[in-house]
Design a protein around this ligand. Structure first.
Ligand SMILES: [Zn+2]
Length: 57
């Protein structure tokens, strides 16, 4: 079960949507043309979160 988070913000305020904890580990990072794709996993409940961070110029 994945949660897709689309954001243009920095990820400093990101927390797990399932348990609410902020202890997320990024285990996959891929730079795209317009955004950075990251997969994060919650250390507490192992919930996976997919984030797309837009690159703003
Ligand atoms: Zn969690």
């Amino acid at each position: 079960m994945n949660t897709v988070v689309k954001t243009t913000e920095r990820q400093t305020g990101l927390s797990c949507p399932k348990c609410g904890c902020r202890d997320l580990r990024a285990y996959y990072t891929r730079a795209k043309i317009n955004y950075i794709l990251r997969k994060r996993i919650c250390r507490h409940c192992n919930h996976e979160i997919l984030t797309r961070e837009r690159i703003e110029n």
